[in-house]
Structures are given as structure tokens and as C-alpha cells.
Design a protein around this ligand. Structure first.
Ligand SMILES: [Zn+2]
Length: 88
């Protein structure tokens, strides 16, 4: 498991401490969670104003809303969406 610490605090210790390795090692780790990322794939029009897409992270196919910033199924953050040409 990874530990996340403050870069600013670690640098301050490195520049000022006589035993920086020990002090950095003793720093408390922050309570963080890694963010899963995804993008929408195979975006397809299924009706008037209705779209479906597949989440690249969880592979679930669902109704697609272009403004979604997170997958409603797995919670992965949407980073980019592959562009596709549509005929309306
Ligand atoms: Zn998902």
C-alpha cells in the first residue's frame, strides 16, 4: 500500500533536519484514496436525444450523458471521451 505525505513538509525536513530519512519515515501518512479514471467508449445513439456508452473502467454499458464527470456505476472519474462522428 502506498503512503501519501506532504511534499512541502518533506522538503522542509530534508533541508533542515540532521536525520531527514528518519523524520520523513516518521511522518504520518494522509488518509487518501486513489481516484480511478475512465473514459466513455462506443458511444451510440439509441433514439431521439438518447445515447448509450460503455465505461472503459467497469465495462458496463449504460445510458450516456455527456456532462457526467463520474461513471454512475463504478464512480470512476471521466478524464476523456473518445470523439466519434455522429449523423443526426
Ligand atoms: Zn464505470
Amino acid at each position: 500500500m502506498r503512503d501519501y505525505i506532504s511534499r512541502e513538509t518533506a522538503l522542509k525536513i530534508i533541508y533542515t533536519s540532521t536525520a531527514p530519512a528518519l523524520e520523513v519515515k516518521a511522518m504520518p501518512a494522509a488518509d487518501v484514496v486513489e481516484v480511478a479514471t475512465t473514459s466513455w467508449e462506443d458511444i451510440e445513439r439509441i433514439g431521439f436525444g438518447s445515447w448509450e456508452a460503455t465505461c472503459k473502467h467497469c465495462k458496463r454499458r449504460m445510458m450516456y450523458m455527456a456532462w457526467w464527470k463520474y461513471c454512475p456505476e463504478c464512480g470512476a472519474k471521466v478524464e476523456e471521451t473518445r470523439k466519434k462522428q455522429y449523423e443526426i
